[in-house]
Design a binder for this molecule. Structure first.
Ligand code: S3P
Length: 178
């Protein structure tokens, strides 16, 4: 992708950070993470922002951050899991980016995050029932935003990045033919 961004979206624990960093390394692209940018701006952790200011305040910080990074190019952008819930974020990210949705089964998400304490929205919900409920609410947003969908269950980081690169390449070629 010449100059375009690669935007990783998906639920918490689907591997956006690990896969995104590996992808950026392979493609020699810059890599930015919306959550890390928000934490740097505020000087406190995401969980503290939720606790002190509430979710709506965090979502506004997230919207501002997405607006800024959407203007960049040649960057792998790692989005917090809730970014796609606001359509204006999706519109902004699409301007110069392809949106890659990473998916994982609830069992995989539990296995990946069972010791995690940084995600306020998973407090008391990191179980099959809790995750299924959240995924049910969010899946239509994720699917509608995605240009490419990649399942991550049981796959290595290397094979996931290879799959993303070949899908983007095929997509670029088919767009040229249209
Ligand atoms: C959230 C996902 C988190 C973080 C915040 C809210 C969500 O990011 O932005 O805790 O609403 O799904 P990760 O997807 O990187 O965990």
């Amino acid at each position: 992708m010449q100059g375009g961004n690669i935007v990783l979206i998906g639920f918490m624990g689907t591997g956006k950070s690990t896969v995104g960093r590996a992808l950026a390394g392979k493609l020699e692209m810059d890599c930015l993470d919306t959550d890390a940018m928000i934490e740097a701006k505020m000087g406190i952790a995401i969980s503290d922002i939720f606790e002190k200011h509430g979710e709506a305040y965090f979502r506004e910080l997230e919207r501002q951050t997405v607006e800024v990074i959407s203007g960049l190019s040649s960057t792998v952008i790692l989005c917090g899991g809730g970014v796609v819930l606001n359509n204006s974020n999706v519109v902004n990210l699409r301007k110069n980016g392809k949106l890659v949705l990473l998916k994982a089964e609830p069992e995989t998400i539990i296995a990946r995050l069972y010791e995690d304490e940084t995600r306020p929205l998973l407090k008391g919900r990191l179980n099959l029932e809790g995750l299924q409920e959240m995924l049910k609410q969010r899946n239509s947003y994720y699917n509608a935003a995605a240009d490419i969908v990649v399942n991550t269950d049981g796959k290595s980081v290397d094979s996931i990045t290879a799959e993303i690169i070949s899908s983007l390449f095929l997509m670029g070629n088919s767009e040229k033919r249209l």
